[in-house]
Design a protein around this ligand. Structure first.
Ligand SMILES: [Zn+2]
Length: 479
């Protein structure tokens, strides 16, 4: 490849590298509408795999999908005081329709609590109607001024779950169950280690009692919130009058939860696993897991190699491997190698004339570029070898991301060490629980208290004020 095609190295300018990968791997493109994005088939293919995995997890835990309208009466947003305060600044409002000014403006959903709970109020009458366990796959709009492909865009895709329960404990269990699913999804499928924790009052969802989140470290050492799960208490149930008659005939307000994970996690895949050659997609989420590249110099070689490659393609496909045969004419194998490396396909299968003669192929791992990641394998039983190798790549990506996070995490009780630590990654420090200490750290270091991790032990002194503290906070600069 020509030099001008080289990606900006991550170490030189991470942000430029990220944008170049998104564009050159054809994951997304800028849209004619400023701040919006077009998700191209390569990017959408990853999102589709994610959807399938999550959707199966939600259904296995008793949830069903439904769909609610894009437009929400503006007055709905005002029913929950904290909620409107949190969302009003970034809401898009429709004032005209059918050539007329509307009697009541319509908000383009920034999230759907209000319209969904207006419906739950209608549907829930008795304890027998509970729990309500609904998810929706949708687009939402938040008028963000500092946009970034996948990470922050005016419109983005997500799933939002909304559940209603009879008791606080059931709602709390639901919020925690979903947090566990998000963790499993991030770690087992995205190969991305996450910290699960509770958000502080300053960072929790507008209108929630408690917000839980998963936080991951990107390769520029910054944190990315990759999914949130909220116990909304009775705040929305009271605002929207979601009530039920309990077993003793007493009218009670429900307890609700909401939880969401958005297409920004496609950006996380890029930032956690990508390298200076481009994207690396974990095999379990890769639309193409293995790409076959036939190698030949003349028609005679082609006549031997291409049919052999087709047979291998059929064998892999029959074994459930998402394979692709790159039979493009007019481009060199070297060009194809670089092209698929950029797109992040986890495994390349090379088939040349010598390989055909030996009844073998060369396998090249995307996560280990160069000779180190290459191995030969016999055509007989290849599907089994590839399946095993894909699992190895999946595990290796997770381990590499985990080792990276551990190498960039410090635990300290010293304020100066915290200040230095957040320049280089995550810092775990005891925090007294006071907003003033959280605010001071944010002001002086630009790092936020990402969450109070669920896994805690012992107690200590607040890193900021020195007072007794029961829990450690996770501090980091964040996207
Ligand atoms: Zn303190």
């Amino acid at each position: 490849m020509a030099d001008d095609k080289r990606l900006t190295p991550r170490a030189e300018d991470f942000s430029a590298w990220y944008n170049e990968v998104v564009l050159r791997a054809e994951l997304a493109d800028y849209s004619p509408v400023r701040g919006c994005m077009v998700i191209r088939p390569n990017g959408y293919g990853i999102w589709e795999r994610m959807q399938r995995v999550l959707d199966a997890m939600f259904k296995a835990t008793g949830h069903q999908n439904a769909y609610f309208p894009l437009f929400i009466p503006e007055s709905f947003l005002h029913k929950e005081a904290e909620h409107v305060e949190g969302f009003a600044p970034e809401v898009a409002v429709v004032t005209h329709g059918g050539g007329k000014k509307l009697d009541e403006p319509l908000v383009v959903r920034p999230t759907s609590e209000t319209i969904i709970y207006a419906m739950y109020a209608k549907w829930v009458q008795s304890y027998r109607d509970l729990p309500v366990l609904i998810n929706q796959w949708a687009n939402v709009v938040g008028w963000d001024m500092r946009t970034r492909l996948f990470l922050r865009t005016l419109e983005f895709l997500w799933q939002e779950g909304h559940t209603a329960h009879a008791t606080h404990d059931e709602a709390e269990a639901e919020a925690r169950t979903i947090l566990g699913l998000y963790r499993e999804f991030a770690e087992q499928y995205m190969a991305m280690p996450v910290v699960t924790g509770l958000k502080t009052d300053a960072e929790r969802f507008a209108g929630a009692l408690r917000t839980y989140a998963i936080e991951a470290m990107m390769q520029d050492n910054k944190a990315l919130q990759a999914g949130t799960s909220h116990n909304l208490g009775q705040n929305f149930a009271k605002a929207f009058e979601i009530r039920y008659l309990d077993q003793t005939g007493v009218l009670q307000h429900c307890w609700t939860t909401s939880w969401g994970l958005s297409s920004r996690v496609v950006g996380a895949i890029i930032m956690v696993h990508g390298d200076d050659q481009g994207l690396i997609v974990p095999p379990r989420l890769a639309p193409v897991q293995a790409v076959l590249v036939p190698i030949f110099k003349n028609d005679e070689e082609k006549a031997a190699v291409v049919p052999a490659a087709k047979t291998v393609f059929e064998d892999l496909t029959a074994a459930g491997i998402r394979a692709k045969l790159d039979a493009r004419e007019g481009v060199t194998p070297g060009f194809k190698f670089n092209d698929w490396e950029m797109r992040g396909v986890p495994l390349r299968v090379e088939i040349g004339p010598k390989d055909v003669a030996k009844q073998s192929v060369v396998l090249a791992r995307r996560d280990r570029p160069g000779r180190e990641g290459k191995s030969a394998a016999a055509v007989g039983g290849l599907a089994e070898v590839v399946t095993k190798l894909l699992a190895e790549i999946q595990a290796a990506l997770y381990q590499r991301a985990l080792a990276f996070r551990e190498a960039h995490t410090v635990e300290t009780g010293d304020y100066n060490e915290l200040k230095a630590g957040v320049e280089n990654g995550f810092v775990l420090s005891y925090w007294c629980g006071k907003a003033a200490c959280e605010e001071r750290i944010k002001e002086e270091t630009k790092a936020t208290l990402r969450c109070v991790p669920l896994e805690q032990s012992g107690g200590g002194r607040c890193v900021s004020c020195g007072e007794a503290a029961r829990e450690k906070g996770l501090f980091a600069k964040a996207y």
